[in-house]
Design a protein around this ligand. Sequence first.
Ligand code: FES
Ligand code: FES
Length: 159
Amino acid sequence: MSGMVSFTVNGTPVTAPTEGDEALLFHLRNRLGLTAARFGCGQEQCGACIVQIDGQPRYACGTSVAALEGCAVTTPEALSGDPVGQALIQAFAAETAGQCGYCLAGILISAHALLSASPQPSQDQIIAALDRHLCRCGANGAILRAIRRAADTLAEATA
Ligand code: FES
Ligand code: FES
């Protein structure tokens, strides 16, 4: 039986049909024009598609739109409007963290969730937060440094 589901994307109300079992990633990219979350594997194996659902990193390729009633979805497009996101974007630039950049939107989403919950994470916490992300360029070291830099910047700003 078909129906409708209502949720928000970056604070904007969205209504979508539940029929067809459409994945959130394709809804974002093909219907809403939000293309920052990337398609990598489509099998919850690479992390390129990760967005936040109610503040938690989730695979958009493996999340059905039909399951999102009442949820708040945050995509990489929203990160630049938020202090934690801004600190992360600046830190990734300062550390030149990334080469092709394909993995970075998902990684920024996971790092944002981490720093929002744990402003001064341990190295183990940072590594755990990135566990679902593959960086095929091998930029892992710079990415770890960038997240640490963002955490330090945010701590200085609130000191
Ligand atoms: S595209 Fe979703 S995890 Fe790879
Ligand atoms: S920077 Fe190319 S995959 Fe990570």
